[in-house]
Structure formats: structure tokens, C-alpha cells
Design a protein around this ligand. Sequence first.
Ligand code: ASP
Length: 324
Amino acid sequence: MKSILLIHTGGTISMQVQANTGAVVPAENNPLIMEGEKLKQLANIIEIEAFNLPSPHITPKEMLVLKKLIEQYIEEHSIEGVVITHGTDTLEETAYFLDLTLDTSIPIVLTGAMRSSNEIGSDGLYNLMSAVKVACSDDAKDKGVLVVLNDEIHTAENVTKTHASNVSTFQSPQYGPIGFISKAIVHFHHSPNHRNVLPIQHISKRVALFKVYAGMDPDLLAASIQLGYEGIVLEGLGQGNVPPSLTPIIHDILKKDIPIVLVSRCFNGIAQDVYGYVGGGKRLKEEGVLFAHGLNGQKARLALLIALHHTDPKSAMNSIFSII
Ligand code: ASP
């Protein structure tokens, strides 16, 4: 049997619904910890509770704690895989943070639940058992950080939460899952073709994320620079365009050597330098705007944040944003 590190961080998977109020709240004792017997049939589980936080309370600081914890266990306990239980709201962000910062070939799998532990149709234990099965699979090695829910295996880079409440919420728009779990097998039908790993030991910088919209004024962008933000991510329009009202402030920000990364606010397709009108992607690229092809805004924000902490931020940014 493989040795799997199981890290709990909180989220609906560790919560219960209160009979009197109907509110879903963190359980005093994590209900998953009582499921040890079922998990022991799958792997030799080393279980720790890193946090008991709803995932809207998770920040890059907690993500960094998880990264260091995993490195420590890999070094000291020769574990062969890691499973992390996490709230689904920001699960994709923690998964992508770990994907970009952990230099390991062992499977790292995140999972969560859309229904808390005592609700009818609760998906927590099922997803947890699926995640452990994936973490035990030799085929899951060297695939980067994976997200497993609802019988599907997704890459951290492509997966996103697409539905507020449905159990099939995690999808990889445009790319699809890279594998599935059935009663009998864990099967990978695709493999990621590249991986970027950047070392990071601390987090102190701030990166702002803005969704671009018709008629957007430049004042909030300007204010973010005055407030000391060190990088900006724009979820631009279509193939990567912004309204002309933003072009002067974009010019000013880049002149200050503050990086701007552009993604598309469309959930399919990639931002590219196509249009040559004022605010068009071609002009933005000429100005020095970086394009994060295919990442969503929240992941591009993490990528820029991590790159800014690199000893050579420019080359880190180039390596991340040129190949994604
Ligand atoms: N709000 C919850 C959280 O992210 C949702 C969930 O876990 O599914 O913690």
C-alpha cells in the first residue's frame, strides 16, 4: 500500500448543516477524520489538519504554508502522494499555486465537496476516496497538481469552478478533464505537455485583478497603483482588448515598470495580440502588456504574484506567460 499524506484545510467537505438554522458551518470535529477506516483500505494514510477554514478565508499565505508542509513531508516521511481537502470556492487557486511552486513528481490531488457531510447526497467522502485512488495511481505521477471531483481528473492549470451549487461544477473549459475514475479503475486519457515551476519562499507583494467592461473608467486602475499594487491583471474583452479609456493609464503603469498581464474574460479561448485599433491586443502587446494565454484571471494573478517574488522577475514572467 502506498503512503499518502492527507491534509485537511476545511471547506464544505469538512462542514455540516445545522438542523435548526439550515446554515452550513465548519464542524467542531472534522467529519472526514472519522472516515479513517474506509481510507485505510486504499492507502497508508498520514492525516493532518493544516487549517479548518472555509476557502474564501484562504490566502496565498495559507497556500505557501501548504507548499512548505508538503515539501517537509516529502523530505522527512517518504510519502508517495498527497491529497488535500479544500473548500471549492478557491480550490482552483490553491491547486494552481501548488502546481507552480512544488517541484515534485509525486501526485498532489485536491478535492472538495458541494454538499456538506450530513446532507443528502453528500459528495465529500466519495470525492475524498476518489482523490486517494488517484494519488495512489502510478499514472498520476508527473502530471502536475490535479483536481479530482465527481469522477473526473482535471489539471490545476485548466480547471475552474463553473457552477455555484451543482456537483459537476469543476470543468476545464476548452480542454476537458485528463482522466476519469470508475468503480474499477483510474484512467488518464491525456497528459499535460508542459509544466512551469518557480521557487517561492515568502509572499509579500500585491497584485490586483480587474474585470474589464464596456465603458470602464481608468480611475480604479490608477488608484491601485497609488495604493502600492506591484502588478495588475486585466480580464480583457474577447481576444484581449480594452476600451480606449484605459490605454493612457496602461501606458503610465507600464512606464513605471509595473507589469500588466492580460487574459480574456471569455471562459473559452485565449487572449492574443490580434486587433490593431486603440485598445486592441496588438497595440497593448507593443506597449509591453503580457498575455497569459488560456489562464483565467484568478490564476494569472497568482502566476504574476509568484513571478514577482522570483530573484529575476522579468525572466520568470517571460517563462510563465510565453508558454502558457
Ligand atoms: N463556500 C465553501 C468553501 O469554499 C464551498 C465549498 O467548499 O464547496 O469553503
